[in-house]
Every structure is written in C-alpha cells, then in structure tokens.
Design a binder for this molecule. Structure first.
Ligand code: ZN
Length: 267
C-alpha cells in the first residue's frame, strides 16, 4: 500500500469509528413527562411486591409509557423495596436508557422491552424470582390454578428453558435482547411464564393488574405444593370454564390495590 492510500484508509477507519461511537452514544428521545400518580403507582408496585414476598433484593417492575408505546419506565438497578420516584428511568424497547446519568441499569431489563414489542395488550411487566414457582419450573408438574385469585392461570403457564433458547445463556440470566425475545416468544399470549430454575415473568394490562397476578401466582404455587403434598388423590383444579368466567368478571380489583398501596407507601 502506498503512503497516500494508507493515510486515506486510516482516515476512513478513524472516521467510521468516530461516527459509529457517536451513533452509539445518541440516546433515544424522551416521550415526555408522566403523571406523578402513575409514577407513584409504579413505586408502590415495587414496595408491594417486596412486602408480599414476590420480589427480594432483585427483580423489577415496569410500565409502558402512557404517551409513547415505544418507551417504558422502570427503576434503576436497586432493591425494589428501596425504589423511589427519583429512581424511575425511561427506556426504549431495545432497553436503551433515555437519560442514564451514570445510573446502573437492571441487567435483565431486556425482558421488559422485548415483551412490550410483541404484546400490544400489555402495559406492565414484572420479572420476579418468586420462590414458590420454582418447583414448577424444574419438574414436569404444571402450574395450574387452584385458588380463585389465580384463576387467570387457566390459559396455561409455559416454562422458558434457556438451554433451548438458541442463544448462549450459561448463567441463565436474560442479559441481552435475543434472550429477551426468546422469552417473550415463550410467553406468547399467556399471562405468566416461568424461567427454569430462576423465576417468572408476569404481564398485565396495567400495573395494578400485573401486581395482583404476580402475588396470586406466588400464593397459588405455594398452596398447590401443599395440596400435592397432602397426597389425597387428583388435584381439583379450577376449570377452563371457571377461569374464563373469572376473566369476564374479576370482582373489585381496586379494593386490594388500595389496601396494598396504603401499606406500602404508609399514607
Ligand atoms: Zn432474574
């Protein structure tokens, strides 16, 4: 290569690196401010799920941005019990932060972005390490509903197996978009999917709905383990007809939310 060619090639390379890095650093635009009442509900959801034993030091809750379906809101990486309004961040559906400001991001945030991409009906996503669901993710025993509050599980609960995801996942964590997409595909049109040996993903039409589902899924799993342990013959599960009837008339869901939120926020 002659010297001028070399300089030209180097210039192109430097320019492309500069353009590439500049492009990578452009954050997505914001969808704008959000009603503080909605943020308060998202904070409450984090606290409630901690108090109810669904979330521990990890796990997260998100809501779709009300002004732009291609954005979602979720806390920075922080124990859910400690989340305040100041910790809530905005992301695009590739899970890039709008305004990171040095804050640490939840490692498994891709669960949220990839689910919102494929589920237009979903406005809230929870990823938990809900302890009582784990036995149903590592055995052939299906998680089916036995309590009225969890009748929504009648549509089925798939188990996502990272070993079959077609993407490397040695530590079983949903560390990237490809794994998030594989998990969202496993969830399909269901309300809950289990992650083998790890936890679950729970979705809802709003954050109140998703929180109730996450709590009731944990309770149902715990009681189903007890029922199986009693060894009294076949389990009398809630039927598809009963589950569908409950979908049509879910009672007064606002009542339990009011109670949990007051306990969680102390006001
Ligand atoms: Zn996890």
């Amino acid at each position: 290569m002659n010297p001028s060619m070399s300089i030209a090639a180097t210039s192109v390379m430097v320019l492309s690196i500069a353009v590439g890095s500049a492009f990578a650093q452009i954050p997505p635009s914001t969808a704008g401010s959000v009603d503080p009442a909605l943020i308060e509900d998202l904070v409450a959801a984090n606290r409630i799920l901690s108090q109810q034993g669904v979330l521990d030091h990890s796990g997260h809750v998100s809501i779709r941005h009300p002004a732009n379906p291609n954005r979602y809101l979720m806390a920075r990486s922080l124990s859910p019990a400690l989340v305040t309004a100041e910790d809530i961040m905005e992301f695009d559906l590739d899970s890039n932060p709008v305004d990171q400001r040095g804050r640490r991001l939840a490692l498994e945030r891709f669960i949220h972005g990839e689910t919102y991409k494929v589920r237009q009906d979903v406005n809230a996503v929870i990823h938990s390490h809900s302890p009582s669901v784990i036995p149903f993710s590592v055995t052939s025993v299906p998680l089916r509903p036995i309590i009225l509050g969890a009748a929504f599980l009648w549509t089925g609960v798939p188990v996502f197996e990272t070993r079959n995801a077609g993407v490397p996942a040695a530590d079983m964590l949903i560390r990237n978009r490809d794994l998030g997409k594989a998990l969202a595909n496993s969830l399909g049109d269901k309300r809950v999917a289990l992650l083998r040996g790890h936890g679950n993903v729970v979705v809802g039409s709003n954050v109140q709905n998703a929180v109730r589902r996450a709590v009731d899924t944990e309770t149902n799993a715990r009681l189903l383990i007890i029922a199986i342990g009693l060894g009294g013959g076949p389990i009398n599960y809630i039927s598809a007809e009963e589950g569908a009837a409950r979908d049509r008339d879910p009672g007064i869901p606002a009542r339990v939310w009011e109670l949990w939120k007051r306990k969680a926020l102390g006001n």
